[in-house]
Design a protein around this ligand. Structure first.
Ligand SMILES: NC(=O)C1=CN([C@@H]2O[C@H](COP(=O)(O)OP(=O)(O)OC[C@H]3O[C@@H](n4cnc5c(N)ncnc54)[C@H](OP(=O)(O)O)[C@@H]3O)[C@@H](O)[C@H]2O)C=CC1
Ligand SMILES: Nc1nc2c(ncn2[C@@H]2O[C@H](COP(=O)(O)O)[C@@H](O)[C@H]2O)c(=O)[nH]1
Length: 327
C-alpha cells in the first residue's frame, strides 16, 4: 500500500458551481430497493441507537441499523416496524444461536429489509457462512457484511452473496483495537476506503473515523455509498447513553461495542468508554449534515452526490485546520 492518508490529510478541489442555491442539491442515496435522505447511518451501537431513534430515522426517510445487543427484542422490533410500514433493519452476529434466529425469521415469514452482520474481523469463514445462511433463508433481505479493511475481503464477502460491505477496522473514536492488536485501518481509513472501493462491485459503507461533516463528502469521494457514524451521534438529547453533569455542563456516555461496559466482562476488550459533550437534538444535526452536504455537492460542481465522486483532491498532510479549532 502506498500513498496512505486519512480524512485530515485531504482537501477536495472545488469545481464551477451549476446551481443557483444549495437547496437544489440532492443528498439522497439508494441502497437496495430503498432511497434515503442522506448517505449517513448512525452506528449500530447501544449508546447510539435504540427503538425510539430507529423509528424516528425510518419515519423521516433516513437509513438506520438497529444494534444486536438485546437479541431477544429483535422479532418484536421487526414486527413493530413493519406493521407501521417502516423498514426493518437489524444486526446479527455469527454465533450458533444466530443461525437459529435466521431460521425462525424465515419460518415466521418475517423478512427484514436489511440485515447487517456485525463482527470485528469480518474477513472470516464465519461471516461467509452467515451470508450464505441468510441468503438461503431470507433471499429478499439486503445483507451488509463487515467489518473489513482490504480489497480481498470485500471481494470474498461480495462473492459469498453480501449486497454491501462495511469498511473500517479500528478507526472508531472509542476503538482501542489499533493499540491492543497493532492492526487495522486507524490513521489511514480514507486510503483503505479508496483501496477497497476499487475492488468493490457493490456498495461500500465507510465505518468509523468521521469527525466532521466534511468527512462525509470525503468518504463519498473515495468510494463510500453510505457512511456509518458513532461519535457525532453520541451527544444528542435522544442518545441512549447516560447523561451526566460536570462543572455545569452536560455530557453523554459513549462506549465501544467491544468494551467491558458492553460485554459485562473484561475479556477480549477492544473498546473504551468516554463522554462527549451534549449537543442538542438529533434533528438539528441531521438538518445541518444535509445542508453541509448540499454545500459539498455545490462545491463539487454538480447537483447530486455523484458530482462529489469525480472531484480532484490534494493531499495536505494534517494541515487543513492550521492549528484552529473546528468550533
Ligand atoms: N469496527 C471495528 O474496528 C471493531 C468493531 N468491534 C465491534 O465490537 C462488537 C463485538 O465484536 P466481536 O468481538 O467480533 O463480536 P462477538 O463477540 O459476537 O464475536 C463474534 C465471533 O467472532 C469471534 N472473533 C471475534 N474477534 C475475532 C478475531 N479477531 N479472530 C477470530 N475470531 C474472532 C468471536 O470469538 P471469540 O470472542 O471467542 O474470539 C465470536 O465467535 C461488534 O459490534 C463489532 O462491530 C470490535 C472491534 C473492532
Ligand atoms: N475497535 C472497536 N471499534 C468499535 C467498537 N465499538 C464500535 N466500534 C466501531 O466504531 C465505529 C464508530 O466510529 P466513530 O469514529 O464514528 O465513533 C462503529 O460503527 C464501529 O465500527 C469497539 O468496541 N472497538
Amino acid at each position: 500500500m502506498e500513498n496512505v492518508f486519512d480524512y485530515e490529510d485531504i482537501q477536495l478541489i472545488p469545481a464551477k458551481c451549476v446551481v443557483d442555491t444549495r437547496s437544489e442539491c440532492d443528498t439522497t442515496v439508494t441502497l437496495g430497493n430503498h432511497t434515503f435522505k442522506l448517505p449517513v447511518v448512525p452506528a449500530n451501537m447501544q449508546t447510539i441507537i435504540d427503538d425510539h431513534i430507529a423509528t424516528y430515522m425510518a419515519e423521516n426517510g433516513y437509513f438506520y441499523i438497529m444494534h444486536r445487543f438485546q437479541p431477544e427484542t429483535r422479532i418484536e422490533f421487526i414486527k413493530k416496524m413493519q406493521t407501521r410500514n417502516l423498514i426493518a433493519s437489524i444486526s446479527v452476529g455469527v454465533k450458533k444461536e444466530e443461525y437459529a434466529f435466521i431460521r425462525t425469521l424465515a419460518d415466521e415469514g418475517l423478512i427484514p429489509e436489511f440485515i447487517t452482520i456485525d463482527i470485528a474481523h469480518g474477513h472470516s469463514e464465519s461471516v461467509i457462512e452467515m451470508i450464505k445462511h441468510i441468503k438461503s433463508h431470507l433471499p429478499d433481505s439486503f445483507v451488509i457484511a463487515g467489518n473489513v479493511g482490504t480489497p480481498e475481503a470485500v471481494r470474498e464477502l461480495e462473492h459469498a452473496g453480501a449486497d454491501a460491505t462495511k469498511v473500517g477496522i479500528g478507526p472508531g473514536k472509542v476503538c482501542i483495537t489499533k493499540i491492543k492488536t497493532g492492526f487495522g485501518t486507524g490513521g489511514w481509513q480514507l486510503a483503505a476506503l479508496r483501496w477497497c472501493g476499487k475492488a468493490a462491485s457493490k456498495p461500500i459503507i465507510a465505518d468509523g473515523g468521521i469527525r466532521t461533516h466534511g468527512d462525509i463528502a470525503k468518504s463519498v469521494r473515495f468510494g463510500a455509498s453510505m457512511v456509518m457514524i458513532g461519535s457525532l451521534f453520541a451527544g444528542h438529547e435522544e442518545s441512549p447513553g447516560d447523561t451526566i453533569e460536570k462543572d455545569g455542563k452536560l455530557y453523554k456516555e459513549y462506549f465501544g461495542s467491544a468494551s467491558e461496559f458492553q460485554k459485562g466482562e473484561k475479556k477480549n476488550v477492544e473498546g473504551k468508554k468516554m463522554y462527549v459533550e451534549h449537543k442538542g437534538y438529533l434533528k438539528d444535526t441531521l438538518d445541518e449534515m444535509e445542508q453541509d452536504l448540499q454545500s459539498s455537492i455545490s462545491y463539487a460542481g454538480g447537483n447530486n452526490l455523484d458530482a462529489i465522486r469525480h472531484v480532484d483532491y490534494v493531499v495536505v498532510k494534517n494541515s487543513i485546520f492550521n492549528g484552529d479549532k473546528v468550533y
